[in-house]
Design a protein around this ligand. Sequence first.
Ligand code: ARG
Length: 472
Amino acid sequence: MNDFQDIPGPASSDKLWGGRFSEATAASVEAFSASIHYDCRLYRHDIMGSKAHARMLAQQKLISPEEAAAIVQGLDNIQAEIEAGRFEFKPELEDIHMNIEKALTERIGEAGARLHTGRSRNDQINLDLRLYLRDECDRLDTLLAELQRVFAMLARRYLGAIMPGYTHLQRAQPVLLSHHLLAYVSMFGRDRERIGDCRKRINVLPLGAAALAGTSLPIDRNMVAEELGFAAISDNSMDTTADRDFVLETLFCLNLIQVHLSRLSEELVLWSSKEFEFIRIGDRYCTGSSLMPQKKNPDIPELVRGKSGRVTGALMALLMTVKGLPLTYNRDLQEDKEPLFDALDTVKACLAITAEMLSHTEFDTDRMRQATGGGFMTATDLADYLVCKNLPFRQAHGVAGQIVARCQELGCELDELPLDEMQHFSPLIQEDIYTKLSIEGSVNSRISAGGTAQSRVEQALASVEHQLGIYS
Ligand code: ARG
């Protein structure tokens, strides 16, 4: 039954689009196609978009100012009902758009039936997603900044501590722990930039593309864009309704964040093992084994690492969905939401728990310092020393290699090899070599821009603290 006598329609379909239908939708189809159980999370943005649309319709005299006011008030009331948990979402009304529009029309009558003037759900869903994703980008930026702050805090706390830097997971050259920690600040800084860049392409108004071809009604898209804070309006109406690039791009950004979290998690798992013992994650962030009483497991980083799979899956799922679609809107596109929401929820949860856990993690700096011994980690410094004495680097590399082999034979460290033994491999080596071979000397000699010397790391840390608004 239609609610309004002036809108005739067959009794057999009570859908908002039911005019040309002579049969009610099969229950199985309603169940299969409904998206309200997940797109209900877009309610606030759907209402925000509809309010701006209604105001524009009034300005353009497509509806009266009284009707626009009734729509805005009605939508505000619906929002309050939803937020109070008093609103009943109905699967037979398919999606968030029709649930809200139908409820509005039930409450305010004919004015509600005028809201959909000059728009389609095809541009409406695109709008809702963009409004929603703008907020999500801002939330992600905040979470990433919080995580960066934890790293900066740790870098400040442990400034001066030395650890092995690795390549191939083999001890390579000594570095400052703070340098390692600040590497993650850079990494998550790029993620913030990427999200900010993605947000620019999200921040374009799609409304007004209507079903696919635009509308014959005299709408004012710029007014809606301004009211909703969009920087521009989309150009081609067909591209607009078909476009999910901004969702895919967000998913890619989420993927890279999750991959970064996963690399970090891998280090935390390794570092908390008996083999490394570089860190102690707070008991509150670990679990035990139900069988082995001695176990303390790093479940949080393991789960964060593990969740990378589903986040990658979300990106792949939508890429595949979009891949074969002709222009413009196809119902397939409804499949964008579940992967998107799941990836967003997952990444936000991982960012938050990682920051929390890291701020309850202690670093065993003695153990890290010990681990810099025994691996000839200053062999590069020996080669660089010879380069400064004008030996070509390739030859210097060879000499340093021979000296390493000799130390291995004798079972001593590089700086324990007597000078005459060293001079046997190269007469260029003098007494001053020993200051170069100490671990501290090695770290502090790496003064190239972006290097690990304490002076450089202090500069880098100060600049990071400044950017993050940390004042110590
Ligand atoms: N629920 C739909 C989606 O998520 C909204 C757009 C539906 N449009 C349509 N013509 N059926 O994509």
